[in-house]
Design a protein around this ligand. Structure first.
Ligand code: NOJ
Ligand code: NOJ
Length: 426
């Protein structure tokens, strides 16, 4: 009791800035724990990253290629900053498990081949109806595996890199090269978007494909595969031209999908937070559609306004910032299709991109953008369970956590948001 009162006084005395820093800081160890608990949980094949422990309403007890890659990328961040050898070993062996499983999945009889979006927890490809292929998956898997290859190369494990990750052969038997060959050969084909609903050409998918090919080109060159290095770079360049088409000057936004050829047709606003995730996951550090690109931030602001109008929880007095969904016309509520909700990971993504955009700006801009970012974090804090647990969605009217509990991707997003804010302090 005494302690609680003391804390209460302390919180009141702190500026909201400090309270916020402490929420992300408090959330971080929980996010690490919950994220790690969703990798190879009991009853699954080693290397499986479940999207959520929820087995019904909704059933997310599967390994999605996308969610797994984003999660394992956060594991690489953890590996880089781990304080003890025990932790380092744990994160590294989790990644080796992921590599082993991913290679088996690449070679499985999946309906969509390498574009297969989802696997059973025994490692086998899902074989029911689904929006497939989803061609962001192999690109994301390549991006994170290339990072792992870089780590291993600095640690003197070139043997494993050349045998299991990048063999420089055609056809390839190795994880990264197989994915890069797939991306380079199929990026022109339509696929389903990251929300698994719309068939067409997507800004998100194209951004991560471009990044995979650029990073892959560098790796290929370093490993003595110059022909492939040139081929991947040439495809990346063509992707760049295709990506530029997504900027719509009349609307003043980056549109999420061009040439829609199937799936959901009701996203009439063309406002989709996938565009923001595209920059976070696909920016290749070369000035092309970067964090502070005026087109990106203009799109973000228009989206934020649309979400403010779309959800009644955003009109409730006394709540900081704005809760962000997938897109305003969304119908998917997790257990029904009666209306979409704000999502935790998209709201935190808006914070992360503002922290990253603020990096390197003049003092005024920097503090304005940091404050905007802080508001999105504060928003999520207000809707989180008291113990910090995070479900996929925030109910649009009640503000309570809803849909899949302990969504793994949420915790990865907490870690990258935290890291972006920390970097800004340095
Ligand atoms: C489940 C998917 O995971 C979700 O993104 C989508 O909105 C619904 N299916 C409808 O296709
Ligand atoms: C639905 C989301 O739309 C999709 O992006 C995600 O991969 C799955 N849920 C699993 O988390």
């Amino acid at each position: 009791m005494k302690k609680a009162l003391y804390l209460l006084g302390l919180v009141a005395a702190m500026s909201s800035q400090e309270a916020l820093a402490s929420w992300l800081e408090e959330e971080r160890p929980l996010a690490v724990k919950k994220l790690m608990a969703n990798i190879s949980p009991s009853g699954t094949t080693r290397g499986t990253v479940i999207a959520s422990p929820s087995r019904a309403n909704p059933d997310y007890f599967f390994h999605w290629t996308r969610d797994a890659a984003l999660t394992m990328d956060a594991v690489l961040d953890l590996y880089a900053t781990a304080g003890t050898q025990t932790d380092r070993d744990r994160y590294k062996s989790a990644f080796f498990d992921y590599v082993r499983l991913s290679r088996a999945q690449q070679n499985s009889r999946a309906i969509a081949g390498l574009g297969e979006p989802k696997f059973f927890v025994d490692g086998n490809p899902y074989d029911g109806d689904w929006g497939r292929p989803q061609n962001d998956g192999p690109a994301l898997r390549a991006i994170t595996s290339i990072r792992f290859a870089r780590v291993l190369l600095t640690e003197g494990r070139a043997d494993f890199v050349r045998s299991d990750l990048y063999d420089g052969r055609l056809p390839s038997l190795s994880l990264i090269k197989k994915d890069l060959e797939y991306v380079a050969a199929h990026w022109r084909e339509p696929s389903f978007d990251l929300w698994e609903e719309v068939r067409g050409d997507h800004f998100y998918t194209r951004m991560v494909q471009r990044k995979a090919l650029l990073e892959g080109s560098k790796l290929a060159r370093d490993l003595g595969d110059p022909w492939a290095a040139d081929w991947y770079a040439a495809q990346a360049k063509e992707l760049q031209a295709a990506l530029a088409q997504h900027w719509n000057p009349q609307k003043g936004i980056i549109v999420p999908t061009l040439n829609r050829s199937g799936g959901a047709d009701y996203k009439t606003s063309d406002l989709d937070s996938a565009v923001i995730l595209a920059v976070l996951h696909g920016y290749a550090d070369d000035g092309f559609f970067g964090f502070s690109d005026p087109r990106v931030l203009a799109t973000l602001e228009k989206q934020a306004t649309a979400f403010r109008n779309a959800f009644s929880v955003n009109r409730a007095p006394g709540f900081p910032g704005t809760a962000i969904g997938r897109y305003p016309e969304d119908r998917y509520g997790g257990i029904d299709f009666n209306g979409g909700n704000p999502w935790v990971l998209t709201t935190l993504a808006f914070a992360e991109i503002y922290y990253k955009a603020a990096q390197g700006q003049a003092a005024g801009v920097r503090s304005t953008w940091t404050a905007k970012a802080d508001e999105f974090v504060a928003r999520v804090q207000r809707h989180a369970y008291p113990d910090g647990a995070l479900s996929e969605q925030i109910h649009r009217d009640s503000g309570f956590m809803t849909s899949a509990p302990d969504l793994t991707w949420n915790y990865a997003q907490v870690l990258t948001t935290y890291a972006a804010k920390e970097k800004l302090k340095r």
